[in-house]
Design a protein around this ligand. Structure first.
Ligand code: GRF
Length: 209
């Protein structure tokens, strides 16, 4: 079997349902590549179990053992270095990254956020959407800069809000995430998605959202 050269690292803090979607997408050849490691700041993240089950190397770096954000980020950079990832994917990774990390992976660092950015950066997006009475809600994948949930947008999926339950909405949003993230990773692996001078391009066209 010819192994694809594209590999990526996934950073998690929790359940890792998006990680699972990526593992499944590799199995079903939606992504032509492999996950070189799963790194978590949380030793108890359930996603670590998912990674182990799929025989993916896991790394745990507990942010609580560092006195500054920069030191923690340097430790992550060092740990990731041995895997030489072509892409680093944030997937429910609940730490804000410093300039040092963002610069290190400039143009090859993606995040997923459960809202139609620029609306609702930060936490509790589903409840905030319900409280505001929004008609639409959705998910955004973007290149990462140092602002909270900021950076050039790569893709969005949206749905019509038909429930008053934040939990139901979250489940619906998860379904969107699980199909969108693997698709965007595949674009990146095929060099269809790029960041050039602060602008995200798909198939050489600037992505306008
Ligand atoms: C997702 O909703 C993602 O958008 C957000 O954190 C959540 C992670 O979920 N950044 P999971 O750990 O992939 O299940």
């Amino acid at each position: 079997m010819v192994m694809s050269k594209f590999n990526f690292a996934v950073l998690i803090s929790g359940s890792g349902s998006n990680l699972q979607a990526m593992i499944d997408a590799i199995d079903s050849k939606i992504i032509d590549g492999s996950i070189c490691c799963v790194l978590s700041n949380n030793p108890d993240a359930y996603g670590l179990k998912r990674a182990k089950k799929a025989d993916i190397p896991v790394e745990v770096i507990n942010h609580k053992e560092f006195t500054s954000r920069e030191e923690f980020d340097e430790a992550m950079i060092k740990r990731l270095y041995k895997y030489k990832p072509k892409l680093v994917v944030l997937s429910g990774f609940m730490r804000i990254l410093s300039q040092v990390f963002v610069n290190q992976f400039h143009g090859r660092l993606l995040n997923i956020h459960p809202s139609l950015l620029p609306k609702y950066p930060g936490l509790n997006t589903h409840q905030r959407v319900l409280d505001s009475g929004d008609k639409y809600h959705g998910v955004t994948i973007h290149f990462v800069d140092t602002t909270l949930d900021g950076g050039p947008i790569c893709a969005q999926s949206q749905l019509l809000v038909k429930t008053k339950s934040a939990e139901k909405l979250q489940n619906q949003i998860h379904d969107l995430e699980h199909s969108l993230y693997p698709k965007v990773i595949d674009w990146f692996s095929k060099k269809r998605l790029k960041l050039v001078e602060g602008i995200a391009y798909l198939d050489n066209k600037p992505i306008k959202i």
